[in-house]
Design a protein around this ligand. Structure first.
Ligand SMILES: Nc1nc2c(c(=O)[nH]1)N[C@H]1C(S)=C(S)[C@@H](COP(=O)(O)O)O[C@H]1N2
Ligand SMILES: [Mo]
Length: 321
């Protein structure tokens, strides 16, 4: 990630080549780094997790398989856990894997407030039913025009909302990430307005696709992927999938979002994956699937139109981008 001036810290498509990864992890990948990219390394059978130093032990998670599976090749685990966006740990794709060991995801609690029947600070275990975890294979499509296919483990967001009891007048759900400078060195730099915040309409939040992940590839979430719980909204650009959630707020007003605050014309509230609505500085028509060469066409709603298009019936998706 090249930071030239105040205006250009935004995500850039040029960041697709994980050069920082080579530098931070050169002890592991030495000579190979100059010759092949991360995709090539993973394809060549580099052990998953080989790059992630200082990684805490990730327990296996009991889970059932679900029907959610696009039947596309999975992105190698090493790419999923070493090529991340988590600006609280730095703006380079390799920074989260290098720095997120500082995060302490256990114990963890989440404050739920606003228009709910049972507002409280919930222990992680009281909010997420670890007895009913399922695996869902979802595409994650970053606005930077790369994508991955990841076996997530978690629970539907609707199950969590049912526990806290959503009140009648609620129309939106806001989410907030931890912002602790002791655990997150990146929040000392004002690249974003911390804490990282995101939001959904209540209808989006209740959609069966909307998922709270607590694991991937059969184990607990690595810190760099948003331990211990993060949102997955597979038909929206990746930045909606907020990590390491500490607060959930139900309300009747559209919540602010960190990216929307930083550049409202570039990052709308809806942020649905849409090949027809160009980002002002790069095209959204195509994407690079990490692990593949060349580019594939980006699908409307990231390929999830059948499940979610009805949420936006009659809406101008250019206006409401
Ligand atoms: N708190 C927080 N959540 C975040 C981000 C971030 O910088 N901070 N980056 C977002 C972006 S831009 C993307 S593409 C996804 C990346 O998720 P991954 O690293 O698990 O692939 O996380 C999203 N969630
Ligand atoms: Mo992203």
């Amino acid at each position: 990630m090249l930071i030239k001036n105040k205006k250009s810290w935004h995500e850039s498509e040029n960041a697709v080549t994980p050069e920082g990864l080579y530098q931070t992890r050169r002890t592991f990948i030495k000579g190979a780094a100059g010759i092949v990219g991360l995709a090539g390394l993973a394809g060549a059978g580099v052990a998953s997790g080989a790059f992630a130093a200082n990684q805490r032990v990730l327990n296996k998670l009991d889970h059932t398989k679900s029907g959610f599976d696009p039947r596309e090749a999975l992105t190698p685990e090493a790419a999923v856990t070493n090529y991340n966006n988590y600006y609280e740990y730095g703006t380079d794709k390799a920074d989260p894997a290098a720095n997120a060991w500082r995060l302490q995801p256990k114990p963890w609690s989440v404050s739920v407030d606003g228009m709910v029947d049972k507002p409280a600070t919930y222990a992680f275990e009281d909010l997420v039913d670890m007895q009913s975890l399922e695996e869902r294979i979802y595409r994650l499509r970053c606005v930077e025009a790369w994508s991955m296919v990841i076996p997530w483990i978690g629970v539907p967001l609707s199950a969590i909302l049912a526990k806290v009891g959503v009140q009648g007048g609620a129309k939106y759900v806001g989410f907030e990430t931890l912002a602790d400078p002791k655990q997150m060195p990146g929040v000392r730099r004002r690249v974003l307005d911390w804490p990282y915040v995101e939001g959904l309409t209540l209808a989006e939040a209740m959609n069966p696709l909307t998922f709270v992940a607590v694991g991937l590839y059969g184990k607990e979430l690595p810190n760099q992927n948003g331990a211990p719980l993060r949102l997955i909204v597979p038909w929206k650009y990746g930045y909606k999938s907020i990590k390491s959630i500490v607060r959930i707020t139900l309300g009747d007003k559209q919540p602010e979002t960190s990216w929307g605050r930083s550049a409202p014309s570039e990052y709308g509230f809806y942020s649905n994956v849409n090949p027809l609505v160009e980002h002002p500085r790069w095209s959204q028509a195509r994407e690079r699937r990490i692990g593949e060469f060349g580019r594939r066409k980006t699908l409307m709603f990231n390929g999830y139109g059948e499940q979610v298009a009805h949420l936006y019936a009659g809406m101008d998706l250019r206006e409401n981008h």
